[in-house]
Design a protein around this ligand. Structure first.
Ligand code: PLP
Ligand code: COI
Length: 373
């Protein structure tokens, strides 16, 4: 494998990029993942050449042999991260090193080659520099980056590929839930589980998301926004949503989130919020919480708020939880604490503590921002 201390990306500019007027129109209402930028980053990998041909080039369809291993055995991993336009000018990536490290953990779990951290971060930086004009300025919008890696060797045996393609695409986005969703409604998935001990729940591979789609479809049929998964062994402990971690906020001001026990993704937003909650003096527990206890505590008022969090969703209040055996409202169900227009509840406070740092409005005391020149 080649190691790369100072990676250079060959830049091939798109000959017909989206025009400025069209781009501005697209940036006004980008949705989530509906608009893509002009370029992409790619790096090849083969056993004999190692990592090679690091390129920023026009975004185009991938040319894959139908026998490529990813098409059959789902050897694929990905990351999700954002570039923000800072209030005071300039742009930043939020904790790209954490994404690079998680990408390596995911690769190790799926028997894929480990992309050097510097290649990961430089691929994203180089793409964002070329696509600078695509970074939205609108409050709450950002340039969402999707690094991923697929197994491209044509083979039939069930084994790890010898060849891979690493790629990064970018899209300007609003937050995951549209503004019409004030507080999300969750469907308790008691039929489908997402991850079992020893499985791949703690890494970011496409297969986890495919396995969650039936639960998500059920949630939509039940007129909920998202499915929430319970542990696969006892079907009792709240784990996470299909693409977000979950937090519980109690009347005594403490907060709790399920522990990283091997079946939950170690969210970078989760970890950042734990650090920020600690900074502001909240008691934080990483402890299991059962669905029955959640219901009891919501009904008794011991629990005041709950929220989902992740790069795409940022911090999204949970208003209601429903399932075949459960039905409860969090607070008054509108995601703004007591709903009286009074002081921001803890969910709001944590959200703005995080986003103020991401937008350069508050001091980056943890050194999380990777400012791009
Ligand atoms: N859990 C799952 C299953 C996810 O897909 C994500 C999103 O990436 C998260 C949690 C939140 O992770 P992060 O905060 O790193 O985006
Ligand atoms: C992210 O937050 O980056 C994810 O990958 C989650 C997905 C629901 C978009």
């Amino acid at each position: 494998m080649t190691t790369c201390s100072s990676p250079r990306f060959r830049v091939e500019r798109h000959l017909c990029p989206v025009g400025e007027d069209e781009r501005r129109a697209l940036l006004r209402a980008p949705g989530f993942g509906q608009v893509f930028t002009d370029h992409m980053a790619t790096i090849g990998y083969s056993e004999d050449r190692g990592w090679h041909d690091a390129t920023i080039g026009p975004r185009q369809a991938l040319c894959l042999d139908p026998a490529a291993l990813v098409c059959h055995y789902a050897q694929e991993i990905y990351e999700g991260m954002k570039a923000y336009r800072l209030d005071g000018g300039g742009t930043e990536l939020f904790r790209p090193d954490a994404n690079a490290q998680r990408f390596r953990r995911s690769a190790a779990r799926l028997a894929m080659p480990l992309l050097p951290e510097v290649l990961f971060t430089e691929s994203v930086r180089a793409l964002v520099r070329v696509e600078n004009a695509w970074i939205p300025s609108t409050q709450g919008h950002a340039l969402y980056l999707r690094p991923f890696m697929v197994a491209i060797e044509s083979a039939r045996g069930v084994r790890a590929s010898t060849d891979y393609l690493y790629c990064v695409v970018a899209s300007p986005v609003r937050v995951y839930f549209s503004r019409r969703v004030v507080a999300v409604t969750l469907w308790v998935s008691d039929k489908f589980t997402r991850a079992a001990p020893g499985g791949t729940g703690d890494v970011k591979c496409g297969g986890n998301y495919a396995a969650g789609l039936s639960a998500q479809a059920e949630a939509i049929r039940e007129q909920c926004d998202q499915a929430i998964f319970l542990d696969a062994v006892e079907r009792r402990w709240v784990e996470e949503l299909g693409g977000m971690n979950v937090f519980f906020v109690f009347a005594d001001g403490s907060i709790q989130t399920p522990p990283l026990n091997g079946t939950i993704l170690a969210g970078i937003t989760r970890e950042s919020l734990i650090a920020l909650a600690d900074d502001i003096g909240l008691i934080v527990r990483e402890e299991s919480y059962s669905i029955d206890q959640w219901q009891d505590d919501a009904k008794s008022g011991r629990l005041q708020e709950s929220f989902a969090c992740g790069t795409a969703a940022v911090v999204a209040p949970i208003g209601e939880v429903r399932g075949r055996k459960h039905r409860f409202t969090i607070g008054d169900g509108d995601g703004d604490g007591d709903g009286d227009g009074g002081p921001d509840p803890i969910t709001e406070r944590l959200k703005y503590t995080l986003t103020d740092i991401q937008l350069g409005r508050a001091a980056d005391t943890h050194g999380w921002l990777d400012r791009l020149s």
